[in-house]
Write a protein that binds this ligand. Structure first.
Ligand SMILES: [Mg+2]
Length: 357
C-alpha cells in the first residue's frame, strides 16, 4: 500500500461558550485535519489541535505539513508507522500536534486495512472507559449548576478547573460537593496556579471538610520539578502531572524522580499514539498509572485518545470530553458517551466520518 495524496485542512472550531482555566481563556480554536489517501482506496483521517501548551498554531502546522511532511508521506507505505515516525521526527522537531494528527491518520489506515477498530488492534484491554467532564473557572454558582447538569446527563466524575484564588477554590469545591452528593468523583486541575503552600492548604482543607477529592492535577509551575515533588510527598490525594509531562523525556524524568503519582498523557503532547504507548509502558513498569487527557479538539483527534485509553491496561483515568464543548464538529462517529463512559466506535480504524464543508 502507498500513500498517493496527503493534505492538511485547517478548520475553525467554535466552543459553546468561553472556557477559562488558570492560565488562559478561549472561545474559538483551530484544528488541522489530515487526509491521507492510498492506492487501495483506503483514506486515513485524523486531526491535530495546536495549543499554547504544544507551542504551535494552525498556520504553523499547515506550513510544516505542506513544506516538509507531505513529501515524506506521499509514496510511502502507511503501515510502516514506526519508520515514518522516525523519518518525520528527523525533519520536524516541534509541531507535536501536527505529528499527532499524522500519526493517528496512519493508525486510521492501519485499522481500516486490518478491518478492526483501533483499540482492539492496539491490544483491546477494555471496550469503554469512565471519563470526567471538565468545568472551566466561573463564579461558584455557575460551576455548581454545570456540575449538576453533567451529573444529570449521566456523568460520574467532574474535573473542576481552579488555581486563581485558593480560598475561593475551597469554597467552590465544597459547594459542588454539597450539590452533587458523595457518589460523584471530583478531581481538580489548577493548571500551575498554586505555590507549594497553597497546594497543600487547598488539599488538606478540602480533605478535612469531606470534599473527598479523587486527585489534584498540576498544582504548581511546570518547570519547578521539586515543588511538584514536595506537594506530591505532602498530600494524601494523588497528584497528577500534566504540563510537567510535556515530552516523552519529561515523563521519563518525572517517573524516575517520583515527582507525581499519575502522568497525564495527551496525544497532542506525545506526537500521537506511538509515543503515548511508550510513555504508558514506562509508567506501567514504574507502577505509575496514566491518565489520558485532551486539548480543545474535534472528535477527529479525541477518538484517538479513546482508542488508546481502551487499548492499554495502565490507563486508569480519562478526561476525554473536548467534543462536549464544541458548538459544531466536522466529524461523526469515533466515540459516544453513555452513563459516564466514553465508548469507542466498533468501525475499522478510528471509526470517524469527516465532513468538511
Ligand atoms: Mg490539565
Amino acid at each position: 500500500m502507498r500513500i498517493t495524496s496527503a493534505k492538511a485542512i485547517p478548520v475553525e472550531i467554535k466552543l459553546t461558550e468561553p472556557f477559562a482555566i488558570a492560565s488562559e481563556t478561549v472561545d474559538e480554536v483551530e484544528n488541522v485535519f489530515f487526509r491521507l489517501e492510498t492506492d487501495t482506496g483506503i483514506v486515513g483521517w485524523s486531526c491535530g489541535a495546536p495549543d499554547t501548551v504544544t507551542s504551535d498554531t494552525a498556520a504553523q502546522s499547515v506550513k510544516v505539513f505542506n513544506s516538509v511532511i507531505k513529501k515524506l508521506l506521499e509514496g510511502a507505505d502507511p503501515t510502516r508507522i514506526n519508520l515514518l515516525n522516525e523519518i518525520i521526527d528527523k525533519e520536524v522537531h516541534e509541531n507535536t500536534s501536527t505529528k499527532a494528527g499524522v500519526n493517528m491518520a496512519l493508525y486510521d489506515i492501519l485499522g481500516k486495512a486490518a478491518d478492526m477498530p483501533l483499540y482492539r488492534l492496539l491490544g483491546g484491554y477494555r471496550d469503554k472507559i469512565e471519563t470526567s467532564v471538565t468545568i472551566g473557572i466561573n463564579p461558584t454558582d455557575v460551576m455548581v449548576n454545570k456540575a449538576r447538569h453533567w451529573v444529570s446527563e449521566g456523568f460520574k466524575s467532574v474535573k473542576l478547573k481552579c488555581g486563581i484564588n485558593p480560598d475561593e477554590d475551597i469554597d467552590m469545591v465544597l459547594a459542588v460537593r454539597a450539590a452533587i452528593g458523595p457518589d460523584i468523583k471530583i478531581r481538580l486541575d489548577a493548571n500551575e496556579g498554586y505555590n507549594i503552600d497553597e497546594s497543600i492548604r487547598v488539599v488538606n482543607t478540602l480533605e478535612s471538610q469531606g470534599a473527598d477529592l479523587e486527585f489534584l492535577e498540576q498544582p504548581t509551575r511546570a518547570l519547578y520539578l521539586y515543588a511538584l515533588k514536595e506537594v506530591t510527598g505532602k498530600c494524601n490525594v494523588p497528584i497528577v502531572a500534566d504540563e510537567t509531562a510535556l515530552t516523552m523525556r519529561d515523563s521519563m524524568k518525572l517517573i524516575r524522580m517520583e515527582i507525581a503519582d499519575v502522568v497525564n498523557i495527551k496525544l497532542m503532547k506525545t506526537s500521537g499514539i506511538t509515543n503515548a504507548m511508550k510513555v504508558n509502558t514506562f509508567a506501567e513498569v514504574a507502577n505509575i498509572p496514566v491518565m489520558i487527557g485532551c486539548m480543545n479538539e474535534s472528535m477527529g483527534a479525541m477518538a484517538g485518545g479513546v482508542h488508546f485509553a481502551c487499548a492499554c491496561a495502565n490507563v486508569k483515568y480519562a478526561d476525554l470530553d473536548s467534543v462536549l464543548d464544541i458548538a459544531k464538529d466536522y466529524v461523526k462517529g469515533g466515540a459516544r458517551y453513555e452513563d459516564g463512559f466514553v465508548i469507542p466506535s466498533e468501525k475499522p480504524g478510528l471509526g470517524i466520518e469527516v465532513e468538511l464543508e
